[in-house]
Design a protein around this ligand. Structure first.
Ligand code: NAP
Length: 336
């Protein structure tokens, strides 16, 4: 079966996912496109999906007979309404992060999916599909004994003027928040944020760098450095310390060069290059599950927990130094 997919939001990531479905992956085709800006949808249609129908409204795309499954790639504030509409239509839905911009919004999606009775939603937490993180999880699960600590860093060379302090949580740390729950099979119980000396390269509205300290239900302590003006590259680090040993996230493959009495590797500068293959794998997973009328991978529940946890981290930024408790409601059986 070829899964007929409609894409809502044809900006940067919507265009890239359309390319992926049309040119990289098997088993699916793009049959519909929609964007708040119809010219953007028509441009993607012309470049990548000439047979797709362009809809003015995302709701019409979700209802269309030639759409079996939906990719929600529009601006974050619009996700909740589209995901709820896809669930109401009984269509599998891949939603880019965030699932919703509030924890209450994410809860409404969880409730709707539970009422539907089976999984329909996959959230775009692509790090779970990254080959390096998967290797790390295998080692954490089998080789280094009980995990005790995680030391991590998320560094970007620079960020635009619109990037303000809470975005370090909602847009940057959100990927660590999800992937560490998956990596450690654990949930957070508290968050604390401290601010080192501010980099002179950071603009006025962003406190940079930051250190986020998370504690899990099993007592694992996690420290994450967020440094979005590090200058030198896009650099994701993760080290898990266990009872029997420690394991590091592998570095991206790079040529090691020896020249002029120096040994050097290139460091990536663009996050899109760092996780390009994981986007392919996550969408392949979505297509396979959608062909069976369901969804797998990161769930609405994971999106909801990420929203609760990131709200606590933002509160911890605002009350720097204080430990902010994180408590989660009971997990519905649908997500066991
Ligand atoms: P973008 O380039 O701004 O694209 C978003 C598109 O959605 C724009 O064309 C926008 O139109 C359109 N849009 C706005 N409101 C809409 C509505 N109600 N219905 C339909 N389309 C609407 O943003 P992006 O970088 O692609 O990001 C899109 C989403 O993907 C965000 O939630 C972002 O967090 C997420 N994302 C995730 C990852 C990841 O690593 N998983 C990476 C990048 C992005 P206008 O420009 O006219 O407003």
């Amino acid at each position: 079966m070829t899964v007929r997919i409609g894409v809502i939001g044809t900006g940067m990531i919507g265009r890239d996912h359309t390319r992926r479905i049309q040119q990289v992956l098997a088993g699916a085709e793009i049959t519909a496109l929609s964007d708040y800006n119809p010219d953007a949808a028509r441009a993607v249609q012309a470049d990548l999906a000439p047979d797709a129908t362009v809809h003015d409204k995302g709701e019409d795309l979700i209802a269309a007979d030639n759409v079996d499954a939906v990719l929600v790639c529009s601006t974050g504030s619009t996700h909740e309404a589209y995901v709820l509409a896809a669930i109401a239509a009984g269509k599998p839905c891949f939603c880019e992060k965030p699932l919703a911009t509030t924890a209450d919004g994410a809860k409404r999606i969880v409730d709707a999916e539970v009422a539907h009775g089976s999984r329909l939603v996959q959230v775009g937490f692509m790090r779970r599909y990254d080959a390096g993180y998967r290797m790390l999880k295998d080692v954490v699960d089998t080789q280094i004994g009980a995990p005790l600590m995680v030391h991590a860093a998320h560094r970007n060379p620079t960020v635009p003027e619109q990037y303000v302090t809470p975005m370090a949580i909602h847009d940057t740390l959100i990927h660590e928040i999800d992937v560490f729950r998956w990596l450690l099979d654990d949930d957070y119980v508290s968050a604390q944020v401290v601010f080192p000396r501010k980099s002179s390269h950071a603009h006025a509205r962003v406190a940079d760098p930051q250190i986020v300290l998370l504690e899990t239900a099993k007592g694992i302590r996690i420290d994450v450095e967020i440094f979005v003006n590090c200058r030198y590259g896009y650099d994701i680090q993760c080290q898990v310390v266990g009872e029997e040993g420690l394991a590091n996230l592998p570095e991206p493959m790079a040529i090691t060069m020896r020249k002029q009495a120096m040994m050097q590797n290139t460091i990536l500068t663009d996050w899109k290059d760092r996780f390009v293959e994981s986007y392919d794998v996550e969408l392949a997973d979505f297509v396979q599950a959608a062909a069976r009328g369901t969804a797998s991978g990161p769930s609405s529940w994971d999106g909801y927990v990420a929203a609760i946890s990131s709200d606590a981290c933002v509160e911890a930024q605002e009350k720097s130094g204080q430990i902010i408790p994180i408590s989660l409601p009971a997990r519905p059986a649908l997500y066991d």
